[in-house]
Structure formats: structure tokens, C-alpha cells
Design a protein around this ligand. Structure first.
Ligand code: KG4
Ligand code: ZN
Length: 324
């Protein structure tokens, strides 16, 4: 069974082909350069770029797999959450293609796509487990007691984790995306030199908060601390915050398997610290941690048996809570 998966939820056009649950093609047309000089994603530019590239990208993916479009058995696309103009491009394209081919269409929740991506190399994994999705757009911690059941334990109260890295990087005069830049600069810094506290330390729940850190970085700069030291401390504190929330959730739920995904999951310090905390971590394979179409096809492969009633009638949605 060949599934085409499409993701245009934010700034990258993702097209993937999955055959019987195995990723065969994963093509992402990155818009990083387009948005770089603005220090963040410009929604209207993102939508226009998706429109420009999507059809060619699907054709390239089919060519790479040696398929004709009529060989597809199912079309899946991200329904939400995301930037509505961007979402609509891939979602309507997917619906149109499915309609024209007379093949089933499966709307996919973007976060569910992220979760299934992490299972690409761990098909043996069974719930229950925890799932942490930390990217430029989201910071969500779910308890997954059974397939298709998601309990949101906590999310960010303000900025997403990756967004915090991006904003801190910008303040420090570094490039976009900020995560890898901060990680690089932090290697030359000494975290203990900068007083910067771990957010929400006394909390009982599982919320995240990153906007205070951004302000603290700005203040540390004003006070004359060295950028490398600030980067090192910022990374340490952001990572510590995530690790504290996740380990508390692990204790609370009795679950020690944690699926970690999203751009921030690439952070080496985060991976090391979570492992030190005794958690059993699962990561998506390279190329599947960040937004992509293959993860949407993987999620559709796992969920299409749900047989949604009239999926064509479901609209794209910028705001779409998972498990609610
Ligand atoms: O999953 P992703 O590509 O999707 C979007 O949100 O579009 O995540 C990108 C985010 C950016 O904010 C970036 O700064 C962050 O992930 N990121 C990292 C690292 N690599 C990427 N954050 C911390 N450490 C990294 N090594
Ligand atoms: Zn994402």
C-alpha cells in the first residue's frame, strides 16, 4: 500500500511516500532562507512558496520512487494545527488529488504525525509512553496510554522551546534557526558565570515557560556578560527546565519510556541529560524529527483504519487540540 503524505503546516513543504509502513521517500523543500532575514516565519510568504513548489515536489517524490500518480493508494495531509494559509495549500492539494484519483483521503493531526515519526525505527514500541514534542511551534507533553489516545499533560504557557532558542539567538546576534547556533556558541562558554534561573521550578504541574528566559538573556547582555557564557547558561537552563518537567511526569505516570521529537530533540545536551535522568528515550530517525511529509504518511498508515466519516468535509484548522 502506497501512501502519499503532505505537510505544509508551517514553513517547509514536506512530501513523503510510505510503502506498507516503511518510509521510501522523504522530500522537504526548506523555506529557511526565505524567512531567515526576518528572524521568523512570515505566514503569507510561506503560503505562496508552498503553492509554488508543492506540485513539483510531489512529482519529484513519485519519480524517486518510480511511481505514477495512479499507483498511489491513499493520500494524507496535515489538517492542523499550523498557519492556516500554509495548511490550506497542502491540505487542499491532497484532497484535490485524492478526489481526482478516486482514492481515500486521510486528514492527519500534525502532532500525531510527529509522534508516529518517532516510531519509524521502533515499530515494536507499544503504549503506554510519554511523548514530548518540542519544536519552533510547539512544546507539548502527552501521555499516550493506548494507540490513538492522547492526554495532554502540559504545554508551554508562552513561547515554544525552539522559539526560545530562536529568540535568544537573535538577541545574541546569531543566525536563524537559533537552536544549532546556540548549541555551537555554548561550547565556548561557561554557564556558571551567568545568573539565570530554571523556569517554573516550584510548580506541581507539567507546564513549560520560556518567555522569561528570553527576557533574562536580554538583561544579561545589557549587564555585559559574554555572549558565549550567556548561550551556555541559556541552553543549560532551557534543557534543565524540560528535563525537570518530563522527569516529574515520568514519576507521576509511572512511565519511563519517552518519545522525543521536534527540532529541539536534536539538541545533544537535552538528549544526554534525559538519558542521565534514567528515561528510556526514543527519537525519530534523522530527517523525520523536523516537519516532513513522511511522518504524515506514517500516521495515516497507522490510523486510516479509523475510517473517519466523510474526511473530505473536514476543514483545515489553525487551532486543533490533540486528544481533546
Ligand atoms: O521541528 P522543527 O523543524 O519545526 C518547526 O518548528 O518548524 O523545529 C525547528 C526548531 C527551531 O526553533 C530551532 O531553533 C530548533 O527547532 N532547533 C534546536 C536545535 N535544532 C533545531 N533547538 C535546540 N537545539 C538544537 N540543536
Ligand atoms: Zn511540527
Amino acid at each position: 500500500m502506497w501512501i502519499l503524505g503532505i505537510d505544509t503546516s508551517c514553513d517547509d513543504t514536506g512530501v513523503g511516500l510510505v510503502r506498507d509502513g516503511v518510509v521510501v521517500v522523504n522530500r522537504v523543500a526548506s523555506q529557511t532562507l526565505l524567512h531567515q532575514r526576518y528572524g521568523g516565519v512570515v505566514p503569507e510568504l510561506a503560503s505562496r512558496e508552498h503553492t509554488q513548489v508543492i506540485d513539483g515536489l510531489v512529482q519529484q517524490a513519485l519519480d524517486e520512487a518510480g511511481l505514477r500518480v495512479t499507483d498511489l493508494d491513499l493520500i494524507a495531509a496535515t489538517r492542523g494545527p499550523g498557519l492556516i494559509g500554509a495548511l490550506l495549500v497542502g491540505y487542499t492539494y491532497g484532497k484535490g488529488l485524492a478526489f481526482a484519483l478516486g482514492k481515500p483521503f486521510v486528514p492527519v493531526h500534525h502532532l500525531e504525525g510527529h509522534i508516529y515519526a518517532a516510531l519509524a525505527e521502533h515499530p515494536e514500541v507499544e503504549p503506554p509512553f510519554l511523548a514530548l514534542i518540542a519544536s519552533g511551534g510547539h512544546t507539548h507533553l502527552f501521555e499516550v496510554p493506548a494507540w490513538g489516545t492522547y492526554r495532554l499533560l502540559g504545554a508551554t504557557l508562552d513561547d515554544a522551546a525552539g522559539e526560545a532558542f530562536d529568540k535568544a539567538a537573535r538577541l545574541l546576534g546569531l543566525g536563524y534557526p537559533g537552536g544549532p547556533e546556540i548549541e555551537r556558541l555554548a561550547e565556548q562558554g561557561e554557564p556558571d558565570r551567568v545568573p539565570l534561573a530554571v523556569p517554573l521550578q516550584g510548580q506541581e504541574g507539567f507546564a513549560f515557560s520560556f518567555s522569561g528566559l528570553k527576557t533574562a538573556v536580554a538583561r544579561a547582555l545589557e549587564k555585559g556578560y559574554a555572549p558565549a557564557d550567556i548561550a551556555a547558561r541559556f541552553q543549560q537552563v532551557a534543557v534543565e527546565h524540560i528535563v525537570q518537567v518530563v522527569t516529574r511526569a515520568a514519576r507521576h505516570t509511572g512511565l519511563s519510556t519517552v518519545l522525543v521529537t521536534g527540532g529541539v530533540a536534536q539538541n545533544a545536551m537535552l538528549r544526554a541529560r534525559m538519558q542521565m535522568a534514567g528515561l528510556r528515550l526514543m527519537f525519530p530517525p534523522r530527517g523525520l524529527a523536523t516537519d516532513n511529509g513522511a511522518m504524515i504518511a506514517l500516521a495515516a498508515w497507522r490510523t486510516h483504519a479509523r475510517n473517519l466519516h466523510n474526511p473530505m468535509a473536514l476543514p483545515a484548522a489553525a487551532y486543533l487540540p490533540l486528544g481533546a
